[in-house]
Design a protein around this ligand. Structure first.
Ligand SMILES: [Cu+2]
Length: 300
């Protein structure tokens, strides 16, 4: 009974703060692990925190800026084919700006605001990184380096960047644009929404008809052995053709100025060397197996 009561008390204690506020504030609970690494027990983390060390080349802090970045599924709705996004895809600051980022995660999953390419003597692994699990807010501060450079900002959770959670931060004029920033730059792999599903299915069907050998090879269980043989032959043929195509320029150079009989002799020499190699290797393999057996047998 006492056990049950204490479990009940614990549940109430732990659920109270969750019920009290929809968004958790991580900033007051963070523990400083040193080296700019702060963490709490609720999935909040700051890495590369630096509020007072000037990067090399900065004489002073040029500006002090504060931004709030929201992250969530709903910000991706305006980008077709994307699943997650920040509410801002491009940031721009003067060199040597002291920047505080308030990161608000609005999804029930983990998101990050991870910046790459910073000087490694000041930022571990060249990263400044905010992380929040579930709907919550976390804040961190860094001092931007001097010079014109474009930095990648993304969420590093598997597939979140590919699904749209990607931005660029330009210091000074930046040094170009990064690809696949939703709404800013073109996607490296563009989704095609022009074709309708029946059209795509018809195309897939005709592809299968025109390539029966590949279809047989790809199917998990060929129905007849004849088909299986066909697939093996075609696979070997394809590999042979590929090797032949690759080797053709070298052989052409090699055979230049040789008579037909010389070429034939050369090819036979090559074949003999190859067969020798195979025989040698299998002899060694057999020897190895035999000696292993001998080692095992006396022990038994
Ligand atoms: Cu994410």
């Amino acid at each position: 009974m006492v056990k049950l009561l204490s479990v009940g008390v614990l549940i109430v204690l732990f659920s109270a703060p969750v019920m009290a506020q929809e968004y958790q504030e991580h900033d007051s609970m963070l523990m400083d692990h040193g080296d700019g690494h702060l963490m709490d027990m609720a999935g909040g983390m700051v890495m590369g925190q630096n509020a007072d060390t000037l990067p090399g080349g900065c004489d002073s802090i040029s500006e002090t800026k504060e931004i709030t970045v929201h992250a969530g599924h709903k910000y991706a709705e305006k980008f077709p084919g994307r699943m997650f996004a920040f509410d801002t895809q491009e940031f721009k600051f003067k060199p040597c700006t002291k920047l505080t980022v308030h990161f608000v995660n609005e999804d029930n999953v983990r998101h990050q605001w991870m910046m790459h390419g910073l000087p490694k003597y000041l930022y571990p692994k060249g990263m400044f990184h905010l992380e929040a699990t579930g709907p919550s807010k976390i804040s961190g501060t860094l001092i931007l380096p001097p010079g014109d450079k474009t930095y990648l900002v993304h969420c590093d959770i598997a597939q979140h960047m590919e699904k749209g959670m990607k931005a660029q931060l330009k210091v000074g004029e930046g040094d170009g644009d990064l690809p696949s920033i939703p709404g800013v730059t073109a996607y490296v792999i563009a989704d095609d929404y022009k074709a309708t599903l029946p059209e795509l299915m018809a195309k897939a069907a005709s592809d299968i008809d025109s390539a029966p050998a590949i279809a047989v090879a790809a199917s998990p269980a060929p129905k007849t052995t004849v088909q299986q043989d066909n697939s093996v032959i075609s696979g070997v043929t394809v590999i042979g053709l590929a090797l032949g195509l690759l080797a053709a320029p070298f052989l052409a150079r090699k055979f230049k100025g040789m008579s037909v009989s010389e070429v034939v002799a050369y090819v036979f020499d090559l074949l003999r060397a190859f067969i020798d190699l195979v025989v040698n290797l299998s002899a060694r393999l057999i020897k190895l197996i035999a000696t292993n057996k001998n080692k095992i047998l006396p022990g038994k």
